[in-house]
Design a protein around this ligand. Structure first.
Ligand SMILES: *Cc1c(COP(=O)(O)O)cnc(C)c1O
Length: 355
């Protein structure tokens, strides 16, 4: 499929201060767009000026949350060139989410081609400072006028881009996490493994209440027994237990993170044992008491690795790594960020150079 370019008449001014970029507030000049019509398939791929969408108020996305998305970054190397990190994995996961939400798949190679074309066109928007990047948000929605609750007949897939600042502007401050057992994020058989909008709106209330109590994030438990730790808002959780990396299995209720997968691979290759298994909250408290739980961190595209300084459950707390980033988290962070930004060699073929 050809991708046509509709030029913009009004290029925007780029952010002047790269040290003060926030997340997801400024968008570039262009967006990618392609449409799906039942009986025809995907058609009309184009890169067009960034701007509001006009969709029918009866669109299924507005009533039944038929929506999926992805999140990934383009990085500027020290030599000024650009590269992306495992974009094909995001494209494939988009299709897995599409399948769960009765939406049509889009050829993963074509998705990556669209990302590359868009980033190359917008290359002057990719910031230079360490820790900064151009964030890409591929999204698919069901539009078209149809209030019946059944799979839709028309869809839009689009990609928008936002220059984003360093996640760790003030150094790598460990986060405080509340372990949640009143609200549930996902259960087996639900939509927890799909990156779909409804999961996030359903989790806002717990996050908001935890924030009022002074916590940065919520750690969700399994929805069936309220006993096993699953994941954080937009990050998978990894614990260092007896010197091994232990993380919840991707059994349908957690999002299979690409950062998670990459971190587990790096750890194994560093000679650190990895276990994917259910982890009970009580096991964590016991291990902490015995001095066997030494670190915990979240993994996700935004922060790469986010160290946890404190975990709270029913008023009981565990402090970890003396409120600092632990040595294993630091080593994994340095290695992964080094590969992503092209400062370290990439023996895995994870990086896709664009220029
Ligand atoms: C996106 C996301 C992650 C992290 O996935 P990455 O591919 O590592 O960015 C983890 N959990 C949830 C719920 C997410 O939405």
């Amino acid at each position: 499929m050809d991708i046509r370019l509709i030029p913009t008449a009004n290029p925007k001014e780029k952010p002047k201060d790269e040290n003060n970029l926030s997340f997801g507030k400024v968008f570039t000049d262009y967006m990618f767009m392609v449409e799906y019509t039942e009986g025809i398939g995907w058609h009309d791929a184009r890169i067009q000026p960034y701007g509001p969408l006009s969709i029918d108020p009866a669109s299924p996305v507005l009533h039944y949350s038929q929506e999926i998305f992805e999140g990934l970054k383009a990085y500027r190397r020290a030599d000024g060139g650009l590269q992306m990190f495992r974009p094909l994995e995001n494209a494939k996961r988009m299709n897995d989410s599409a399948d769960r939400m009765c939406m049509p798949p889009l050829d993963p190679e074509f998705q990556v081609e669209a990302m590359c074309r868009l980033v190359k066109l917008e290359q002057d928007w990719v910031p230079h400072q360490p820790g900064t990047s151009l964030y890409l948000r591929p999204t698919m929605i069901a539009d078209g006028a149809e209030l019946g609750v059944h799979p839709a007949h028309h869809f839009l897939y689009f990609i928008i881009c936002s220059p984003s600042g360093s996640y760790y502007k003030n150094g790598m401050a460990p986060v405080k996490i509340h372990i949640e057992d009143r609200y549930v994020r996902a259960v087996k058989g639900g939509t927890g493994a799909a990156k779909t909008g409804g999961n996030y709106s359903a989790s806002l209330k717990a996050a908001f209440e935890a924030e009022k109590q002074g916590y940065d994030q919520v750690l969700w438990l399994d929805g069936r027994e309220n006993k096993y730790v699953e994941e954080v808002g937009a990050m998978n959780m990894v614990f260092v237990l007896d010197g091994k990396l232990v993380t919840a299995p991707t059994g349908g209720s957690i999002l299979p993170g690409i950062t998670r997968k990459s971190v587990l691979q790096l750890a194994q290759d560093m000679g650190i044992a990895v276990e994917e298994r259910p982890i009970a909250v009580e096991e964590l408290f016991q291990a902490h008491q015995d001095g066997r739980l030494t670190e915990a961190f979240g993994t996700g595209t935004a922060a790469v690795i986010s160290p946890v300084g404190l975990l709270e459950y029913h008023g009981r707390t565990m402090e970890l790594a003396e409120g600092k980033i632990g040595p294993i988290a630091q080593k994994l962070y340095d290695t992964l960020v080094g590969i992503q930004r092209g400062d370290l060699p990439d023996p895995y073929g994870w990086v896709l150079p664009l220029t």
